[in-house]
Write a protein that binds this ligand. Structure first.
Ligand SMILES: [Zn+2]
Length: 183
């Protein structure tokens, strides 16, 4: 294939050169500004990843939680387990039936992605916290802080028992996307 026979946009050097291998395609995508939209595209289904994120299903927090992970330099480098209440789903008696799915999933991501830490992000005004512990548990900012601090501490202990080698980071996110980290 002769480069001169093709008419392509500047920046598609890999295509023009006729060497459309994976690395060059990704470089071309990055040059075209598409790489940022596909942070996981350069990686494979199995391999060395960084973390598993545990977060709540609350629609208001999907984007702020992603932005936090992105800010930590983790875009495309983590797996995700999303469940109502985040860490509360793993420790509250009310959600005991959900627990095996979390631990089985953690085992799967350890095996597939060889993660070395779990990042659990609870959030304020969480409906699942109310279901698990009652309305008073999150009625004031102070009460909510205590409720989540307790649940996150219990979560860290539980991960330590199941997977002592894993680092655990736990945080509580506010509606403005700011986060308090507890450890
Ligand atoms: Zn929630």
């Amino acid at each position: 294939m002769q480069a001169s026979h093709l008419s392509v946009a500047p920046g598609c050097a890999a295509i023009r050169a006729g060497r459309l291998d994976r690395r060059r395609l990704l470089a071309a995508l990055a040059a075209a500004g598409l790489g940022a939209a596909l942070p996981g595209a350069a990686r494979s289904a199995e391999g060395e990843y960084d973390a598993m994120l545990l977060s709540c299903i609350d629609p208001r927090f999907v984007t702020p939680v992603y932005r936090y992970m992105q800010g930590q330099g983790l875009a495309g480098k983590y797996s995700q387990f999303c469940i109502a209440g985040a860490a509360i789903a793993v420790v509250a008696a009310k959600f005991a039936a959900w627990r095996p799915a979390f631990w089985d999933n953690t085992q799967a991501t350890l095996q597939l992605h060889r993660i070395n830490r779990i990042i659990a992000i609870d959030h304020r005004d969480c409906g699942a916290a109310r279901i698990a512990y009652g309305a008073a548990s999150i009625a004031t900012p102070e009460a909510a802080t205590e409720t989540h601090k307790r649940a996150l501490a219990e979560f860290r202990r539980a991960v330590g028992e199941h997977h002592p080698g894993l680092t655990v980071v736990t945080g509580l996110m506010a509606l403005d996307g700011s986060i308090e980290i507890f450890s």
